[in-house]
Design a protein around this ligand. Structure first.
Ligand code: SF4
Length: 85
């Protein structure tokens, strides 16, 4: 559980800093997979969570773990719950 909390905090910190603990390229590669995933859901938080760097997942969250994808793809500790990346 502590590992998951660290991954969530890491993702949010990276999101707000406009960075990524896995590198922007890998975060973008993860986002491409998420953007075509059947579990990706569009939320109403797009207006408050803009994502100019990785626009294809802006406003989306993972329907399995409920994490905003803009934070999940930027975290080194986050693991896709369906092992897609
Ligand atoms: S984190 Fe995994 S399961 Fe969730 S939307 Fe992305 S690819 Fe799909």
């Amino acid at each position: 559980m502590q590992k998951e909390i660290k991954a969530i905090i890491d993702g949010w910190r990276n999101y707000f800093q406009g960075s990524s603990s896995v590198g922007l390229t890998l975060a973008q590669e993860r986002a491409v997979i998420c953007s075509t995933c059947e579990y990706a859901k569009y939320g109403k938080h797009a207006a408050i969570l803009p994502d100019a760097q990785i626009g294809n997942i802006q406003g989306y969250y993972c329907g399995v773990c409920k994490c905003p994808l803009s934070t999940a793809v930027r975290s080194s500790g986050y693991e896709c719950p369906k092992n897609k990346w």
